[in-house]
Design a protein around this ligand. Structure first.
Ligand code: BTN
Length: 255
């Protein structure tokens, strides 16, 4: 398909540092593993690892992530200030929403903490890995997997979708990746300037106001998702009136 060769991502990208160096491979076990290796080698901030296909894609909470041909799998290496580490989830989620909206006209929604849905089905997963030592961030890697030109029902049944499923036509992966990198850089650079990213993320969350079931380690909480904190935690009100702060985990929406 025209515009589908991801080796051309950095040409004329126009970003300051995200995607100035791209490591592109047709097939990899996981872009996260390559990103960690590149961090150990002293990779520059903004280095991006992209694969057309992953054979051992990693999801959150030790899950597998299927990334066949037609998907986008990429990891971005960052060295943020510790104060901005919790915001990376917000930067990544909003960047995906903006990029899908701009390139396809579809209206994605966010499910806390970092799933991107279209019409209630998951189209993108985001994984953030980081190393912190002595109160400083050693590295952070944003991993993003988007179902683009593939039949999602063949991947994960009815809970997943792809952009081509939604549109009935294929979409340029090159156009999506380029817009995604531009959006990541813009949002990331805006972090020191205030809480706009947090506010937009909070206001985009489908989860708020809904009855949810949230898991924190072995414990399960039920209640209403009242809000999210600046650090990304979900604030959940149980039927007995008690309030719980859920730092990260899995949420099932009811209603
Ligand atoms: C999830 O929803 O569980 C998160 C999925 C994250 C998948 C992406 S694809 C690019 C990067 N490489 C991986 O192995 N995982 C992330």
């Amino acid at each position: 398909m025209v515009g589908d060769d991801l080796s051309a991502v950095s040409t004329g990208l126009g970003t300051r540092f995200i995607g100035r160096k791209i490591i592109y491979n047709h097939r990899l076990p996981s872009t996260m593993a390559v990103a960690r290796r590149e961090v150990r080698r002293g990779a520059a901030e903004g280095t991006v690892i992209i694969a057309d296909e992953q054979t051992a894609g990693r999801g959150r909470i030790e899950r597998r992530w299927l990334s066949p041909r037609g998907s986008i799998s990429l990891s971005v290496i960052l060295y943020p200030d510790i104060a901005h580490l919790p915001s990376l989830i917000m930067v990544a989620s909003l960047a995906v929403v903006h990029c899908i909206r701009a390139v396809t006209g579809l209206q994605p929604q966010l499910k806390w903490p970092n799933d991107v849905l279209i019409n209630g089905k998951k189209v993108c997963g985001i994984l953030i890995e980081s190393g912190v030592r002595g109160g400083a961030v050693e590295y952070a890697v944003i991993g993003i997997g988007i179902n683009v030109n593939l039949r999602a029902a063949e991947l994960s049944g009815f809970s997943a979708t792809s952009l081509s499923d939604e549109l009935g036509r294929n979409v340029s992966r090159l156009g999506l990746v380029r817009r995604l990198l531009v959006e990541i850089e813009r949002l990331y650079l805006s972090l020191p300037g205030g809480d706009d990213v947090y506010r937009e993320w909070r206001d985009s969350l489908l989860t708020l106001g809904r009855r949810v079931q949230a898991r924190l380690g072995e414990t399960e909480y039920q209640g209403t998702a009242e809000s999210v904190d600046q650090d990304g935690s979900l604030l959940l009100r149980s039927p007995d009136g008690s309030r719980h702060r859920i730092p990260a985990g899995d949420v099932t929406l009811h209603d």
